[in-house]
Design a protein around this ligand. Structure first.
Ligand code: CU
Length: 148
């Protein structure tokens, strides 16, 4: 019987570690390192979850694929008709941008896929997601660091 409880507790701990809710959401919108994390577009009250489906690769010939989920009040929600989301990244140590930021397609309500991101170097990158209006003005952004 005691073993049963040990297994139960282990199982709970393991599943808790897998939960995206377990990832850090910092006050300034910067996330921790990892393939999946939760961030916030604060003014728009949107929660953003990102996940690399491929990569990120430090090779211009190997496109990386980024999936982004947008939640409002805990529900996957499409951006407004006057809003768009875009990816960008720079290498802080050298001050240059990535090779190609690609573009997002909406697969389903609140689910956005970008299959054409390419990085030109291996190093630490600052990743950015921009919430923009249709003129391209940045309304809000979230950033995180990743080492490629
Ligand atoms: Cu560089």
């Amino acid at each position: 019987m005691r073993f049963f409880y040990v297994f139960m507790i282990l199982g709970l701990l393991l599943s808790a570690c897998d939960s995206p809710l377990n990832h850090r959401v910092e006050e300034d919108g910067k996330g921790g390192q990892g393939s999946m994390a939760l961030l916030q577009f604060k003014q728009s009250q949107m929660t953003v979850k990102y996940e690399w489906l491929q990569g990120p690769f430090s090779n211009v010939n190997k496109p990386s694929t980024l999936m982004v989920y947008i939640y409002k009040d805990g529900t996957l929600t499409s951006l407004g008709a006057d809003q768009q989301i875009n990816f960008f990244a720079t290498m802080p140590s050298m001050g240059h941008p990535l090779d190609q930021p690609g573009y997002f397609e909406e697969l389903a309500a609140g689910v956005y896929l970008n299959k054409d991101i390419t990085f030109n170097m291996s190093e630490e990158w600052e990743m950015e997601l921009w919430l923009q209006n249709m003129n391209g003005d940045i309304q809000e952004k979230v950033t995180w660091l990743e080492h490629l």
